[in-house]
Design a protein around this ligand. Structure first.
Ligand code: ADP
Ligand code: ZN
Length: 524
């Protein structure tokens, strides 16, 4: 008994009459069907992929109100205004509402006068809200930014773990989890907390073909950035990410002095200043925002033409999400980054110095390693990026720097075979450091203790130094020949067989394989 719609409407006609769109994109149609029919779902879709419609359309089709859990309080009002302009009966409940405003929304909820209600998780979990929901007609629960449940993610929010009460208390109401970011462990956490084991998983491609990926050595970052903007993106809207507030301020000032229209954004500014920067960015044509990662979550500006990183992001997820803000309109965009050794040291120090539990730190280090692999690759960057998200894409893509200007490489197939056989012969469970010791023929206590000094692989790689072996191992992981398991143990994958048999070759960048410079050479 639909209170909203007098006659059953098809998903497509709702899409057409409410939004004016002609067709669903990709898996949207399947997701809408599943949830409208009362099923649960996990939705993994890149930023800009169109997650909102996946819960908005079923909320209109099913009787009752769709409850959308979102951590982005600052955006709820905009989302609700947009929906209202389309004629959808939408509202939000969060700490920005006055008590009277909240009471009005609660009354509308109880009387069935809402199609969609956006709620912050801490608000949802209040006994008062839960009581209301038990008395109100609820069409579905959509948990947006669902990766926030997981402390493996870069965006852990403790209140999201409280959402485990949804399957417990509202098990009969369809639940969907939506995110643009989820590695295997994060995905497992989402399924566990929201009780979605066994629910269909809808996983879209993370490829953003219109984004050109580029990574360069950091030489003089500000000048490099200015050259890049002047030569390729003069007058374009863009985002420049820096690690510290200080470098945000300095870079913004410097760009302005050079005649580039730029504004700073970081958490140290007042809410009013931040709002102003955000408003200007959304409304002006060619503004460059120089920002810390605080900027951009949920910002929907379709014509951002470039995202530049002057400092290394902390993880592959972060990099993907930040660069994903370029080219949401489908037109060409550039993801440009400069990085140097000092950045690596910096980010590592920050990770090591955090007071997170050891396990979390180790997971974070793994995510950083993945990003470094991406930075150093000689292969198609898109291939490495998508491999991280579990997608097998085969380059060249023709739209990244390594495809456009292939770097100097050396055939390292034999070395790769040695490294793989070291992993296999030691039982597929040791990390890069131990495998390197075996390859170099170092009789460390651990090597001797495990009897690995008697293996035929022991010392076969002595012709190279440690850096080369680290590079080889890192590359093997990035290309999926070795998988990093628990405690960073490396194991040969099914794909490794083709390399071992010599059916595929492995080439590595020359510039990452230089032998260590000794002290005297460096001081010269
Ligand atoms: P996400 O939440 O996954 O980042 P959104 O739901 O905000 O993405 O959608 C991104 C953009 O794509 C929005 O402007 C939305 O209106 C548009 N969009 C989504 N699905 C469709 C569709 N089927 N047809 C046309 N435009 C769509
Ligand atoms: Zn490529």
């Amino acid at each position: 008994m639909s209170a909203v719609l007098p006659t059953p409407e098809s998903a497509l006609s709702v899409l057409k009459t409410v939004w004016g769109y002609d067709a669903f994109r990709g898996v949207q149609a399947d997701i809408v069907q599943t949830v409208t029919d009362g099923g649960n779902a996990l939705v993994l879709m890149p930023t800009g992929g169109g997650k909102s419609l996946c819960y908005q359309v079923p909320s209109l089709l099913r009787p009752g109100v769709g409850i959308v859990v979102s951590p982005l309080i600052a955006l709820m009002k905009d989302q609700v205004d947009t929906l209202r302009a389309l004629g959808v009966r939408a509202a939000f409940l969060n700490s920005t509402l006055s008590p009277e405003g909240a009471r009005e929304v609660e009354a509308a909820l109880l009387s069935g006068d809402l199609d969609l209600l956006y709620v912050a998780p801490e608000r949802l979990l209040l006994p008062r809200t839960l009581d209301l929901l038990e008395r109100a007609p609820v069409a579905l629960f959509a948990v947006d930014e669902a990766h926030c449940v997981s402390q493996w993610g870069h965006d852990f929010r403790p209140e999201y773990q409280g959402l485990s009460m949804l399957p417990e208390r509202f098990g009969h109401i369809p639940r969907m989890a939506l995110t643009a970011t989820a590695d295997d462990r994060t995905r497992a956490d989402i399924l566990r907390v929201l009780g979605l084991q066994g629910a269909p998983q809808f996983i879209s491609s993370f490829d953003r073909p219109n984004i050109q990926y580029r990574v360069a050595n950091k030489e003089g970052p500000k000048t490099q950035l200015l050259d890049f903007i002047r030569s390729e993106h003069a007058g374009d809207a863009g985002i420049v990410y820096c690690l510290s507030r200080k470098s945000v301020e300095e870079t913004a000032q410097w760009l302005c002095a050079q005649g580039v229209d730029a504004v700073a954004y970081h958490a140290g500014l007042s809410p009013r200043e931040r709002n102003q920067a955000q408003e200007r960015f959304l409304n002006e044509e060619g503004l460059v925002v120089v920002a810390t990662v605080a900027f951009g979550m949920g910002i929907d500006k379709p014509n951002v033409r470039f995202v530049a990183h002057l400092d290394l992001p902390k993880s592959m997820e972060g990099y993907y999400q930040e660069t994903g803000r370029a080219g949401r309109d489908g037109l060409p965009g550039t993801a440009w980054m400069v990085y140097g050794l000092a950045d690596v040291v910096n980010v590592r120090r920050m990770l090591a110095g955090s007071d997170a539990p050891e396990e979390v730190k180790r997971a974070e280090a793994g995510k950083l390693d993945a990003l470094l692999t991406y930075c150093e690759t000689a292969a198609c960057r898109r291939e490495v990026l998508l491999a991280y998200f579990g997608e097998s894409f085969h380059g060249p893509c023709g739209n990244c720097d390594t495809c456009l200007n292939p770097p100097q490489v050396r055939d390292m197939t034999r070395e790769a075979q040695m490294a793989l056989s070291a992993a296999i012969r030691t039982g597929n469970r040791y990390g890069a450091a131990h495998l390197t010791d075996v390859l170099l023929g170092r009789a460390t206590e651990k090597v001797v203790g495990m009897g690995h000094h008697t293996l035929p692989t022991f010392g076969v790689g002595a012709a190279h130094d440690e850096k080369v072996w680290r590079g080889v191992l890192r590359q093997l992981v990035s290309l999926g020949y070795l998988a990093a398991g628990e405690y960073h143990g490396l194991s040969a994958t099914g794909k490794a067989r083709t390399l071992l048999k010599g059916e595929t070759a492995l080439v590595l960048r020359e510039d990452t394989l230089q032998p260590k410079t000794n002290k005297r050479e460096r001081t010269r």
